[in-house]
Write a protein that binds this ligand. Sequence first.
Ligand SMILES: [Zn+2]
Length: 591
Amino acid sequence: MSDTDSTPGRPADSTPGRPADSAPPADGRPANSEPAAASAPPKPKIGDSRPAPPAPGGSSAPKPGSGNGSDGGAGGGSGAGGGGSRNRRRRRRRGGGGGSGGGGQQQGQQSGQQSGQQRNRQGGGSSGGGRQRGNQPTPVQGLIAGEAPVELDEETLERRRGRQRKGRAVGRFQMNVHVDGDATHIAILEGRVLVEHYVSRPADDVFQIHGNIYVGKVENVLPGMEAAFVDIATPKSAVLYRSDVQFDPDDVETKGEVPRIEDVLKPRQLILCQVTKNPIAHKGARLTQEVSLPGRFVVLVPNSTTYGISKRLPDSERKRLRQILDRVRPDGHGIIVRTAAENVTAEEIERDVARLVGQWEQISALAAKQTSPGLLYREPEMAVRIIREEFSAEHRSVMIDDRALYEEMRDYVGAVAPELVDRIEFYDAAEQRLPIFERFHVTEQLVKALDRMVWLPSGGSLVIERTEALTVIDVNTGRNVGSSSLEETVLHNNLEAADEIARQLRLRDIGGIIVIDFVDMEIKENRDKVVKAFRAALARDKTRTQVFNISELGLVEMTRKRIGEGLLESVATKCDPCSGRGVIVPEELLG
Ligand SMILES: [Zn+2]
């Protein structure tokens, strides 16, 4: 395949190193992903009409903790609310004491209690669907904890802490993490403004599996769609597109020059694969065979010649990092250096690489023993992933209102970024007498982000409507158009709208096709100004977007990479009486 070995241009989709789904992106990735985007495969609606296969044995509700035989111990099917969250807390404590990954893993496996809990959680996690199987492996956890911090001199620490005022960091961003039993909410504020919000739920072995690595079993290959369905031991089959298939040319007999998917994959074949996209609604997860393991400073791409350094780093820094890489790059594996590696010492990078190579060795050892579909590597929960990908000196603090998660995060940051560990703070809601999201005005901003209508500063408004195929945003001017020229007022209104739309798209996590109806402007220069301002506002969104010029009807069409299911979908349920349509047709009319 063409993009297997090409260093810089792997499709952005295949970076699992990002926070879940909604994730802000391509940090570690060389920036020129455009060519790859152009060659991205079409997206047939595979799986749309395909029901999930029946459970073996017909039981769709396995007994709690019974997923892996009798050793589960502490009861914990995640289906039952209370049990699920208890389970989850326990898991965190374990993480705090030395979860796994690299050196930690061996410890974990020596302790019968700990590995029992791991299995237990897995049993619980997959209980949402019907594909429980015996003999599931204990997956490698993408967590690091219990590791001694890197020793750095005071000067380095000081420099990395960045600006401070009165002994407190002054970063632009703040993260608020709120744990409410069955879900973890993560809010990212820029100044006081809420810019991103994620929800992570405990049943994440079914729905939040982005970045996880599996042994999958090819179920069937669809030559016409250039895709294959793969059983990865989750309720729904996952999809592997031709462009994400990897193979050794010597192993494949082809009729043409380029092997077709049916030449490479056969039903019942076992393959190693990684999820690049969570299952959304009726669509199964998307897979790649090009596995990558994200660390804090680098991404390891096993068995690959991929080699890249984030283009967001300055040239001098790239040069320094290249020299380090030449020394620490592991044989036979590719490495991508993330922007977080800026000013990081050779020793820290070396440790990150060694940790990831260690994880990979464990994963391949598990894979070699595996004779049926199963999970081999599990990404840590979303809060950890977001901190791993995003947390930097630009963040003034991370406030967490759950003691166990707070301790886990402190351990993690203490190991990878000791100079920032003081910014991980425990928010004691009882003592503060105010829930964390109230205290930082997240709740009120969330409520607005769930509304159809958004007010603009000068009295105009946006109406945001989501349909199955696309999102439509209507821009309205305020009632009082004022005395200055109409064109000027409209321009001003549209510029405000451009800014607010960019913010809302990111906050609401809206992906796919978006059509915006700005208020009509007579003067072409003004129309250009608005599109230009809109593009500039979108540039702050780390999720990839593409904006086209204003159409003849005055509409701006754009796309935004779909990563998560969307804010509204992640918190709301469909209205039953009207099936979400918003109107009820009288029964008499229908006879
Ligand atoms: Zn309704």
